[in-house]
Write a protein that binds this ligand. Structure first.
Ligand SMILES: *[C@@H]1O[C@H](CO)[C@@H](O)[C@H](O)[C@H]1NC(C)=O
Ligand SMILES: *[C@@H]1O[C@H](CO)[C@@H](O)[C@H](O)[C@H]1NC(C)=O
Ligand SMILES: *[C@@H]1O[C@H](CO)[C@@H](O)[C@H](O)[C@H]1NC(C)=O
Ligand SMILES: *[C@@H]1O[C@H](CO)[C@@H](O)[C@H](O)[C@H]1NC(C)=O
Ligand SMILES: *[C@@H]1O[C@H](CO)[C@@H](O)[C@H](O)[C@H]1NC(C)=O
Ligand SMILES: *[C@@H]1O[C@H](CO)[C@@H](O)[C@H](O)[C@H]1NC(C)=O
Ligand SMILES: *[C@@H]1O[C@H](CO)[C@@H](O)[C@H](O)[C@H]1NC(C)=O
Ligand SMILES: *[C@@H]1O[C@H](CO)[C@@H](O)[C@H](O)[C@H]1NC(C)=O
Ligand SMILES: *[C@@H]1O[C@H](CO)[C@@H](O)[C@H](O)[C@H]1NC(C)=O
Ligand SMILES: *[C@@H]1O[C@H](CO)[C@@H](O)[C@H](O)[C@H]1NC(C)=O
Ligand SMILES: *[C@@H]1O[C@H](CO)[C@@H](O)[C@H](O)[C@H]1NC(C)=O
Ligand SMILES: *[C@@H]1O[C@H](CO)[C@@H](O)[C@H](O)[C@H]1NC(C)=O
Length: 462
């Protein structure tokens, strides 16, 4: 095989290899265990059977009489719709309702929720009541306080005589009331009462409703005053963690730590216990042995690596570099990759020109498009500024400009300082090119024409 063909084949193989690797799935459940129940993914420490969960609290019951099958927390009736490895359990919970007709109260329910090990997320949920004759109360147990009785109560009241005072799209207190939740609550009761049996408002608000709901999924509209009658359950978020001890306590007592390789332990900000997280640059399930695998930042479509030119993956990280003939760290937020020669020519060209401000902006834009580094852009701008400020005859001579460029280049902070082959370029400018195109001549005649000449002479001379 000839060399170019081989190279082509090699890049093809490399590209295919990269594609398969980035498409690779990370392990979700323990080896040999089911990782789905209907549409719900079940990641370890959760599991569907004895050998598949971390401990009995993480059992998920899958009811196959439904199609698709439905997932429940342990043996409860609490419906699970999503489990995340960030310690969130998405569930559905009944709405509390209190409905009236002309003869008074028609029906009422006061649902409760007991989560045991799991804690209602204060960060993700809100408590909402809806109705125009509504007094709703939320009673909760504070798990974190280590107590066994209702120690927490919050209420929400909303009264209104007419639909016209109810804003259509904001839960403002008229027809809708919302409040935040406390931390550490693992069981709740919701009860609703009315003050006037909805007398006079039955036409638009026959019922009162109260519920905890995931804030992101809640939008109020007037129609909720009657629409919710047909809704049974709403989405809510629950926090989960391992055990009752913090990371520090587990470490200190030498207890078993569920966090596996390439991962780290952290304390949840709601409730007891600890959680695990893959280290930066790794992805997967931190609760499984060999669960956190290196991310190939260079090929992963979900990651924006910060390399301008060449990206090389490494264990837990990646590095940027520049192609041959370029200098810099190759990073978007750093120096990027700079082609020094073209920059020098540009500076010289534009100093030799009758530089106009809009032209300067053009150059700077070019520099940024080429992802040249900001420091250099600034220095170009500084030289250009001098040119703009100084009147024609006071302008720096070509030699001075070239020396200034040399100064930029040799200042130690520049990555392209130690690049030997390009030293000759400045020497060339200081010496020979000075004789080819004099600065005086350029200032007095058409700048565009001469700067073109300069490029030609520089390019041709090399
Ligand atoms: C469950 O998955 C099936 C097939 O992937 C899909 O058709 C259905 O809409 C999903 N149901 C829910 C509730 O997400
Ligand atoms: C599944 O759900 C059906 C309907 O609600 C119920 O009758 C049945 O007992 C459930 N099965 C299990 C194994 O929980
Ligand atoms: C329960 O969870 C399933 C997903 O497992 C979802 O499709 C369904 O809508 C949920 N709600 C109810 C009321 O069953
Ligand atoms: C509300 O209805 C109940 C019966 O359901 C009745 O006992 C009570 O007096 C009524 N209260 C008002 C304020 O109408
Ligand atoms: C009011 O609701 C109760 C209970 O559902 C029902 O028995 C009664 O007939 C209803 N009254 C009217 C006037 O609709
Ligand atoms: C908590 O409540 C349960 C059931 O009501 C009871 O058996 C238990 O003794 C109580 N624990 C404490 C510490 O009060
Ligand atoms: C109120 O909002 C709902 C949902 O955003 C919309 O469908 C309805 O047209 C709005 N009604 C009025 C009167 O603005
Ligand atoms: C809520 O009510 C249920 C049933 O009435 C009761 O068993 C439970 O202890 C109550 N929980 C709270 C937190 O008040
Ligand atoms: C809530 O309203 C916003 C803006 O109108 C919309 O983008 C969003 O999808 C709505 N969310 C829900 C859960 O309806
Ligand atoms: C850490 O990540 C590397 C790279 O993906 C993998 O080969 C290794 O098995 C992981 N180590 C552990 C202990 O999980
Ligand atoms: C890229 O840079 C941005 C801004 O500095 C940073 O937030 C982001 O994490 C970087 N991306 C990677 C993959 O390192
Ligand atoms: C990855 O490498 C960059 C420099 O290339 C460094 O700034 C960063 O801290 C590294 N990240 C990790 C997680 O080691």
């Amino acid at each position: 095989m000839r060399a170019p063909e081989m190279l082509f084949q090699f890049t093809l193989v490399a590209a295919l290899l990269a594609a398969t690797l980035s498409a690779q799935e990370f392990p979700i459940a323990k080896a040999g265990c089911q990782d789905r129940c209907g549409n719900v993914t079940i990641p370890y420490p959760f599991g569907l059977t004895d050998d598949c969960y971390y401990d009995a609290e993480f059992l998920i019951t899958c009811n196959h009489t439904f199609n698709p099958p439905k997932a429940y927390i342990t043996a409860s009736t609490i419906n699970v719709t999503e489990i995340t490895l960030e310690g969130k359990l998405h569930i559905e919970q009944y709405i509390a309702k209190d409905c009236y007709n002309e003869s008074g109260r028609a029906r009422r329910n006061s649902p409760y929720l007991m989560l045991g090990k799991f804690i209602i997320s204060d960060a993700d949920n809100i408590f909402v009541s809806i109705g125009c004759d509504t007094v709703a109360t939320l009673n909760g147990n504070l798990e974190a306080a280590g107590l066994n009785k209702t120690v927490y109560q919050v209420g929400c009241t909303s009264l209104c005589d007419s639909l016209k005072y109810v804003p259509n799209d904001t839960c403002s207190g008229i027809g809708c009331c919302r409040t935040s939740l406390a931390k550490g609550v693992n069981s709740i009761n919701v009860t609703i009462t009315s003050q006037k049996n909805h007398t006079g408002i039955l036409g638009f608000s026959p019922c009162s409703y109260a519920f905890i709901i995931e804030e992101k999924k809640f939008n109020f509209s007037k129609s909720k005053l009657w629409d919710l009658e047909n809704v049974d359950k709403l989405p809510m978020v629950v926090d989960w963690s391992i055990g009752n001890n913090s990371c520090a306590e587990v470490k200190k007592s030498g207890m078993y730590n569920a966090c596996q390789g390439n991962s780290t332990c952290y304390d949840p900000d709601n409730g007891n216990g600890y959680r695990c997280r893959c280290l930066d640059g790794y992805r997967g399930n931190p609760y499984l042995p060999n669960g956190c695998l290196d991310i190939d930042e260079c090929t992963d479509a979900t990651i924006n690596h910060n390399c301008t030119h060449i990206c090389t993956n490494s264990e837990g990280n990646y590095t940027c570099s520049c192609p041959k003939g370029y200098h810099g760290d190759g990073e978007k937020n750093g120096d990027g990759c700079i082609r020094r020669q073209s920059l020098v020519i540009q500076i010289v060209v534009d100093l030799s020109c009758d530089i106009k401000e809009d032209r300067l902006i053009h150059i700077l834009q070019d520099c940024m498009v080429n992802q040249d580094n900001m420091r250099q852009v600034k220095e170009v701008a500084n030289i250009a500024k001098k040119c703009i400020r100084i009147r024609g005859e006071e302008r720096p001579s070509m030699k001075e400009v070239a020396m200034e460029l040399e100064g930029i280049r040799t200042s130690a902070k520049h990555p392209w300082t130690n690049d030997e082959p390009n030293v000759e370029e400045t020497e060339y400018l200081l010496g020979k090119s000075m004789e080819i195109v004099g600065f005086e001549e350029m200032a007095s005649t058409s700048a565009g024409y001469h700067s073109l000449q300069l490029i030609h002479s520089l390019g041709g001379g090399r």
